[in-house]
Ligand binder design. Sequence first.
Ligand code: SAT
Ligand code: MN
Length: 581
Amino acid sequence: MTSRNKPLHDWVDEVARLTRPKNIHWCDGSQKEYDDLVALMLDTGDLMELNRDTNPNCFLHRSDPSDVARVEHLTFVCTSDEKDAGPNNHWMAPADAHRKLDALFDGCMQGRTLYVIPYCMGPIESPFARCGVEITDSPYVVVNMKLMTRMGKEALERIEREGRFVKGLHSIGDLDPERRFITHFPEELTIKSFGSGYGGNALLGKKCHALRIASWQARAEGWLAEHMLIVGVESPAGETHYLACAFPSACGKTNLAMLIPPESQAGWKIWTLGDDIAWLHVGRDGRLRAINPEAGYFGVVPGTNAKTNRNAYEMIRHDAIFTNVGLTADKEPWWEGKRVGEPAIDWQGRPYEPGNGPAAHPNSRFTVDAKQNPSYSTLADHPDGVPLSAIVFGGRRRELAPLVYQAKDWAHGVLVGASVASETTAAAAGEVGVVRRDPMAMKPFCGYNFADYWSHWLSFEDRADDLPGIFHVNWFRQDADGQFLWPGFGENLRVLRWIIDRCEGRVGARSTPIGLVPHAEDIDVGGLAISDATLESLLAVDTGKWRNEMDEFGEYLDAYGERLPDKLREEHEAVREALAG
Ligand code: SAT
Ligand code: MN
């Protein structure tokens, strides 16, 4: 197989001349191709089959122990002008980056197969979908891309029809952390990633294309590429509202997207459209609409059990790929927080020893086709996407941020999004649990200068007639003893209900300097062991602490200098003044 598209054909030729593979395989996306690659990896030891009776068609992949998370310090945005990448990105001059990466790619696929993966991000018929082609020497990447994207023949046909696609070149190289670089060339719609086989570094359709490159394309074309789940909340009366929620990696996006209403919330239903990425467009109806560019989930495994996320727990029992989990003696996958079974082997393949750390890596992942989710919404395949009632930002904050509050209007909402900060998690290499600024949960993923990105967000006020409300949530408040104040998981529906009631104008709110906070009686806590005092502290706004927060945020904004939109500065000043008064 090859392609009628000359630029694609020529690019594959050029890459093959550089990397010198033994074979070239054009992926058609068929089940047979998937099965053949699984068989190949079972032979080479790249995959291990899990217990066939308990976990049919499930496989375990162990990545190199040095290669278990995204590497933000090795991730670069390579624009001709450094200022376009902004203080939020690591930057390399495009020519230098090409030189450096091409030297690494030189001959790197000798003895290996080069796979050409045409893929489509978004429903194949959607005008909002965008295509890409990933070239890789990793069969693990191919099978993951098959689950995560609309990959193969149909995507290639669309590319041949349209003639445009994002080019992604990937090699696992020799997995030497010293020779690992994830580089993006937004002006050329090109990605080059070398030396990592892990998730966001290697499945180039995901963060590299659908966020970093797409955010750049979105700015030029008038839409938004965001790190957001998309969920439909259906009331007992059959009314469905769609929400897009941006939280940093490993802060519960998958759980919220697949939430199971607790017994106390009888009659409510949740529909999942996406768990990680949303592309937002102004529809013909003047409303902001969302599509999920992905077709599968690459979710955090630890903590998943029948209670925290029964939908996920059920859907990963079959036809799933696990990366870096532990094993029981019966070869069932095992992870911390699974609540059943016992670990015998850890994620590195060693006999399990508590002294060696957790059995499953804290950032161990499952990959599954989204259609396996019992709450999958078929609207996820609708070319027009779904209209949004609300945008919700959030982070992991032990203190400060209340359970929920609403921005006063769109521009204030942009400030609320820009001021998101969150404790770091195992999803990225580095220290865990330190608060860092993560505007719109896009710190690792915005492919251009945040100042320009905020201007772009602000511009939607003029682009759409009917914008969604903007909210902020924090499920992670703790008391002095480190106990969570809010039960989280399914009970979060109670907060989503307040958000929807606000969107529908059905409840009032208390105006505070940071935004509109619920009246305690409007949050349904029936059946929860939450005292009035706890609810009060969950909804409290500590003016002194917020003053410090806003001062610190102001210093953060200063780094963006002249490019910072005046409007954002004004919104920041207004909040500071309200806090002072
Ligand atoms: O490794 S990924 O970037 O795909 C997952 C995440 O960090 O959100
Ligand atoms: Mn993510």
